[in-house]
Design a protein around this ligand. Structure first.
Ligand code: FES
Length: 98
């Protein structure tokens, strides 16, 4: 049985920037969805070993998708909707709370 969506997927009409590289995004996407669709799998590194981490649960539970967004650290990219021109940077290690 073929199940068709009620509406066609939105076009990627927005652009976000990840570490200076453009990534297309669709209105309504989360930052994590847009980055994964662009092939970007890691958004942070761990504080101890520096191992890369990226979105996992996609529902705000695991915190593996943290990144710096528009200068703000510790942003859960899976819970943050895209905005045209958004600047996202890899969060390296633990972010300062200050
Ligand atoms: S992917 Fe788990 S909190 Fe964002």
């Amino acid at each position: 049985m073929l199940v068709r969506p009620a509406t066609a997927p939105a076009e990627a009409t927005l652009t976000i920037w990840f570490d200076g590289v453009a990534a297309p995004a669709r209105p309504g996407d989360s930052v994590a969805v847009a980055l994964l669709a662009a092939g970007i799998m890691a958004t942070r590194t761990t504080p101890i070993s520096g191992a890369p981490r990226g979105p996992y649960c996609m529902m705000g539970a695991c915190f593996d998708c943290l990144a710096t967004v528009d200068g703000r650290a510790n942003v859960q990219t899976c819970m943050t909707p895209v905005r045209d021109g958004m600047q996202v940077q890899t969060q390296r290690g633990a972010a300062s709370l200050g």
